[in-house]
Design a protein around this ligand. Structure first.
Ligand SMILES: *Cc1c(COP(=O)(O)O)cnc(C)c1O
Length: 372
């Protein structure tokens, strides 16, 4: 059996070990140190955002973002519906309630029209979490304007979209608070980790304080708030510094993979995942959407690839269709399970690993074509 072709797996280069070695050699093996400080500084500079807090995961960053937004038990929070559960779980950590907002067809992300409708239904909502799915920016300007008009705080989940830009500006800079992830499958990885981003220096200081168990500045351990153990380790941050040197190269390779699928699947009754004209996605995952009147199913393609040891994956199952969120509201412009439900039923994430060779991708395309 041939070597497995992954959806998206870590790609290391060597510089990572240099930063990790320095941490070892100086015994800075703790959730603090030079790599943590430098990774925060380097990432903030790369993105063009004021401040960054390095954390144990993107989920931790989203959790602290929700706390900073002042979300309290019983509050409603508008969330992208078509996403990974990590976007929306932290709302439950704070005892608040998700209201899921459907996607639009031409970005697969939160539909500004559905968001407006949600504010008509729940005018008191004070927080919105928008995701940039598979590395494609949402209509962040429109969504930001709708939030501003309703006095709601925008949290941007840029976990999948690091290095993507919208109207020339990096994703992860549109939210009052934004989160990125360095999980193993993301465009760059630290094995696990994440970052909270904001222009608000006091907010980022507060996040660092919470992430290190809310220790007040006393000689003894004094606690006046509940804390968390969310701070990134100096070892992990070293991996991140090495990876950041290759972020742009990873993005280019991801785009090449997307373009190769686009050309290779031409003529079939399928579309590639769409993106707004005024954006530059990071093409984290290439996805296809099978035309409505076609009998071929995504599962059929997935299984045909799996048989050849090639990993493909269904589109994220929308949050309003998840048993754990069965009692939550869903706001959509279309009826039934909305646009997200339709994309879930007809879409498939294709292998988008940057170590995949041209020959391997040609084989993936050949196998897909053989299904039609
Ligand atoms: C990966 C991911 C997260 C969570 O990041 P972790 O670092 O794995 O906690 C959040 N949202 C989305 C959309 C993701 O893909």
């Amino acid at each position: 059996m041939q070597e497995r072709i992954f959806l998206s797996s870590p790609t290391m280069h060597g510089e990572e070990q240099m930063f990790v070695k320095e941490a070892f050699d100086t015994n800075w093996v703790a959730p603090l140190g030079k790599n943590v400080n430098e990774l925060e500084r380097e990432m903030a500079a790369y993105l063009g955002v004021g401040h960054a807090a390095a954390l144990t995961s993107g989920t931790a960053a989203l959790h602290l973002a929700i706390k900073l937004a002042g979300v309290k038990a019983g509050d409603k929070v508008f969330c992208s519906d078509l996403t990974f559960s990590a976007t929306v779980n932290p709302v439950s950590y704070e005892g608040a309630e998700q209201v899921f907002i459907d996607s639009e067809r031409d970005t697969w992300n939160m539909d500004p029209r559905a968001l407006k409708k949600a504010f008509e239904n729940y005018p008191d909502c004070k927080c919105v979490i928008v995701v940039n799915l598979y590395g494609t920016p949402a209509r962040l300007d429109e969504i930001r304007a709708i939030c501003d008009a309703h006095g709601a705080t925008l949290i941007e989940d840029a976990a999948e979209s690091l290095s993507a830009t919208y109207q020339g500006r990096q994703t992860g800079t549109f939210g009052k608070y934004s989160a990125i992830s360095f999980n193993g499958n993301k465009i760059i990885t630290t094995s696990g980790g994440g970052m909270l981003l904001s222009d608000d220096e006091a907010a980022i200081s507060k996040a660092r304080f919470w992430s290190t168990q809310s220790r007040e500045p006393f000689p003894w351990y004094q606690h006046e708030e509940i804390g968390y153990n969310y701070r990134m380790s100096n070892i992990v941050a070293g991996i991140g510094r090495g990876q950041l040197l290759h972020l742009e190269e990873h993005r280019q390779r991801k785009e090449e993979i997307y373009r190769t699928y686009e050309a290779g699947l031409r003529g079939l009754p399928v579309q590639m995942n769409p993106y707004p004209a005024d954006s530059r996605p990071n093409f984290w995952l290439s996805c296809l959407l099978i035309d409505e009147d076609c009998a071929v199913t995504p599962e059929q393609i997935r299984l045909a690839l799996e048989k050849e040891n090639i990993e493909a994956r269904p589109i994220w199952k929308p949050m309003h269709m998840q048993p754990v969120f069965a009692d939550r509201a869903f706001v959509a412009v279309e009826s039934g399970d909305g646009v997200g439900g339709d994309i879930f039923s007809r879409g498939l994430c294709l292998p988008s690993d940057i170590k995949m060779t041209q020959e391997q991708q040609a084989e993936v395309i050949r196998l897909i074509r053989a299904q039609f």
